[in-house]
Structure formats: C-alpha cells, structure tokens
Write a new protein. Structure first.
Length: 302
C-alpha cells in the first residue's frame, strides 16, 4: 500500500480542455443517481451525461425522459473517457465498482453517494490506483421513494454533502470533487469515515430501524384510523428493504451501539411511566423537543 505523501507528484487527473464538454458518468440510475444526472444536466448544460444501469427499463426511461444523454449496461463503456464518475449503486457494491472503474480508466475521478463510508473507504484504499482517484461522498438527501422516476434536479440544493477523504487521493482531487458537489447545490463539509458512520447511525440508520419497528406494531384493524403522527413517524419505513439491509450490513457496529443506547433510554422511560415519575417523562419530552427544534432551525439556515 502506498503512502499518502506519494501523491504529491502524482499524475494529474483528466480535466477537459476549454473546447471540450465535460463527460460525467453516473453508475446506478436510482433516485440518487438519477438526481445527480438531472442536476448535472440542469446546472452544467455543456456536460455530457452517461448513465449505467443493468435494467433495460431504467435505461429506457432515463433516455426518454432526458435524465441522461447516453445509457448503457456496460460499466467499462460508461466510464471510459469520463472526467468524473459518480457511483450510485447500493452501498455494498460501491467499493467493488470503484476499483473496477479505476481499472477501466485510471485517469478518471470517482465519487459516490453512499450513506456508509468506513468499509467502502477501507476497501478502496487497498487498491492504489482506485485510492488515488476516489473521494468518498455522502449527499444527505433522498426520499423513502426509490427509482429514477422519482429523481429530481434540485434534490441536493441546500443539502449537506459530507466528503470523507482517505489521504491517498491525487493532488487536487478532493477540491475538484468538492467543487462538483457545490455546483449541484450541496453544502460540502469534511470528516473522517469513522466519524461519519457513527453520526449517521444515530441520525439516519437507527431512526429508520426504529420507524420500521413502530410501523410493524400496527395491527390490521388500526390501518384505517392512523393519524398524521403515525404517518410522519413511520414515513421512512416505506424505504426499500433490500437497500436498507445493505446499509445495516455496512455499518453494523455503529448501528448496534446506537440501538443499545436507545434501548437503555427506552428502559428508563418505561420505568418512569410505571412508577408515575411524570417529571422524568416531561424532562425527556422537553429535552427531545429542544433538540428537534434546534436541528430544524439549523437545517433552515442558508
């Protein structure tokens, strides 16, 4: 494995000349991949977008609805000659795809949209060519809906985009990827892959599992009378089970720690309710209210 300092004199990444249109490949045309493609076409009109998807109906939809300029099922054909490749496959397939892309075209720049980072970064760093070309990213945007038909050009506008550089990237690669995500409207920040996964387990992965548990408690006779509270709380439980199973598999330790923590809090809440400790119940509710309001206010700031 090479040292990150070896990248100081690394060969520059491909960059289009002023007379050339930028070529961007998107591997995986689901909600996020489709939204990347739409955003590029909307905000970078001179760029040419190539989509890669195994499903023929997905490719056909993407072409007929102007999501991409070209579509193919062949990964090597999609990425060859690209200035930038965005990998938008399920998280458990990202590292393999990045390594394969780097082998197909060692001069292209690669980023991703995965909501887990540690396993991906660790796997890619083991391949020197891929490590020098890959800047892991997580745009925190999405929906419980899936598929290219739900993609939107404005999905990333004003949304956080976290980059988790490995330190093995070629000179200037991180800055170019940051510029790309900013050009799609994202608010870019940096942190380590481990810190990202720990925070996302608390803010995203554990809440999805909890929403699913709550949804699963509803008996058939209650389905006709659910209110907005249940609907709001369980909205994310409508997400793709296969996709979320992959996420859980990629971030097991952090998710388990988060679930154990909330398990302890749940036990304390049950005890407070059983022992008529209403002040403890109110304190829990008030603390949660404050955190929720602060998070909403933070998100609404430009």
């Amino acid at each position: 494995m090479k040292n990150p300092n070896d990248n100081v004199d690394a060969d520059p990444l491909r960059s289009p000349t002023p007379s050339q249109a930028m070529r961007i490949a998107v591997v995986g045309l689901g909600l996020l991949g489709g939204s990347v493609a739409r955003a590029v076409r909307d905000r970078m009109p001179d760029a040419r977008v190539v989509g890669c998807a195994r499903n023929e109906k997905t490719r056909q939809y993407a072409m007929e609805n102007g999501v991409v300029d070209e579509a193919t099922a062949e990964l090597a054909a999609a990425v060859r000659g690209a200035d930038l490749v965005v990998v938008a496959t399920p998280v458990d397939a990202i590292a393999h795809a990045v390594i394969e892309i780097a082998a197909a075209d060692p001069n292209t720049l690669i980023t991703d949209v995965g909501s887990t980072k540690s396993n991906i970064v660790s796997a890619v760093v083991a391949d020197a060519t891929a490590a020098s070309r890959f800047i892991a990213a997580h745009p925190i945007a999405g929906s419980e809906k899936t598929g290219v038909e739900h993609s939107r050009a404005d999905l990333f506008v004003g949304r956080p985009v976290i980059l988790t550089p490995s330190g093995f990237e070629s000179t200037g690669a991180v800055e170019r990827v940051a510029d790309f995500w900013c050009s799609l409207g994202g608010n870019v920040s940096h942190m380590s892959a481990d810190a990202h996964d720990q925070l996302l387990a608390i803010s995203s992965h554990m809440p999805h599992l909890m929403a699913s548990l709550i949804a699963g408690q509803l008996p058939p006779e209650g389905q006709a009378i659910v209110g907005t509270g249940w609907l709001d709380t369980t909205r994310i439980a409508a997400g793709d089970p296969q996709l979320w199973t992959a996420i859980v598999g990629e971030n097991r330790t952090a998710i388990v720690n988060s679930l154990r923590s909330i398990g302890r809090e749940l036990t304390s809440l049950i005890d407070a309710i059983e022992t008529h400790d209403d002040s403890a119940v109110e304190e829990m509710l008030r603390s949660a209210q404050t955190i929720r309001l602060h998070a909403v206010n933070h998100e609404s700031r430009p």
